[in-house]
Design a binder for this molecule. Structure first.
Ligand code: XMP
Length: 318
């Protein structure tokens, strides 16, 4: 549209003005916001943009490969992929508290990002996908007592590394970011992608994160995505995902008694994640997802549907 076109042109102009011939780094997550920022910056400064993607081992199935395909192969960007799965899992060992998990993941992310950034030539700027609701939320939830959940981003880094921030999406809402992404030619799969938390699958495994639990949840999550897409429901909801509960229940498989894990299915509608309602998806879709998870994911024998809205619940379980 005309407005998005002029937004893109004005942003590119402003970025060029600010950056001059300097170098910029960007933490790519594969989500809509950081993807749009990366493409916008790439249009503005080309090879002087350096993207870093940290594979923390807490990602969805095939995510790391997809990011490389889109940004390195298709957009031809400078992209460093850091495989840090073992480090993250090592530090998460034995940790069950949700905020503790977030802190560990956020801090290690910063450590790794900082180390990688130091290898790059004279970087002076950090580009970030901060949106308008993030700006509001960090103002209204000031102070640790009022913090509902510590959201993980690269906060803290700019000062430590003496970097100047570039936040071209600061005045936009999510739906506007999607329009900008479309204007920039990002693939529809990225534009319509549901939000995915920085701490990833770690906060969807209630209790301790282990490689085995990650394998189970990653498979269940992939099936949820597949079924939502096949039914034409993926684009109709804000988020859809699986949560692995720290509960086992009894079941039967053939003539055998099973005592396996429980997956909770969470599907919500929302406009800005500040409030949300559980989505009234068709029973047939629920049935399809449940059958596939129980039949195809070893170790799971029960699926339940989350019928809580936000508030008083939150979208994520941790
Ligand atoms: P809650 O669970 O607070 O989530 O209702 C609101 C939205 O934020 C996402 N979320 C996070 N995103 N780091 C993120 O980048 C986090 O630590 C985090 N926690 C929740 C969540 O997926 C939902 O879209």
């Amino acid at each position: 549209t005309w407005t998005m076109k002029s937004f893109v042109e004005a942003s590119i102009e402003a970025i060029r003005e600010k950056v001059g011939d300097g170098h910029v780094i960007c933490a790519l997550s594969g989500g809509v916001d950081s993807s749009v920022v990366a493409v916008l910056l790439h249009k503005a400064v080309g090879p002087r943009l350096h993207c870093i993607f940290v594979d923390n081992g807490l990602l969805r199935k095939g995510e790391s490969e997809a990011v490389q395909r889109v940004f390195r192969d298709h957009f031809d960007m400078n992209l460093t992929v850091v495989d840090a799965a073992r480090q993250f899992l090592g530090r998460l060992k034995g940790v069950t508290d949700p905020e503790e998990k977030r802190k560990i993941i956020g801090n290690l992310f910063i450590e790794i990002f900082e180390r990688e950034a130091q290898r790059l030539p004279n970087v002076r700027y950090l580009a970030q996908g901060t949106l308008y609701p993030d700006v509001i939320e960090s103002v209204s939830f000031k102070g640790p007592s009022a913090t509902i959940k510590t959201h993980h981003n690269v906060g803290g880094l700019p000062e430590r590394m003496d970097l100047e921030l570039i936040e071209p999406l600061r005045e936009l809402f999510k739906d506007e970011v999607r329009l900008v992404g479309r204007e920039l030619g990002l693939p529809e799969r990225i534009i319509m992608r549901h939000p995915f938390p920085g701490p990833g699958l770690a906060i969807r495994i209630i209790g301790e994160v282990t490689p085995e639990k990650l394998r189970v949840l990653r498979e269940a999550d992939a099936l949820v995505m597949e079924e939502m897409e096949a039914a034409g429901w993926y684009d109709k909801v804000w988020q859809a995902f699986a949560v692995l509960l720290p509960v086992r229940s009894v079941g039967v498989m053939g003539d055998e008694r099973t005592y396996d894990e429980v997956v909770a299915l969470r599907v919500v509608e929302s406009v800005d994640a500040m409030t949300a309602d559980w989505a009234r998806i068709p029973y047939e879709l629920m049935a399809g997802i449940s059958n596939r998870i129980i039949n195809e994911v070893p170790g799971v024998n029960r699926v339940v549907y989350d019928i809580s809205s936000k508030p008083p619940s939150t979208i994520e379980w941790e």
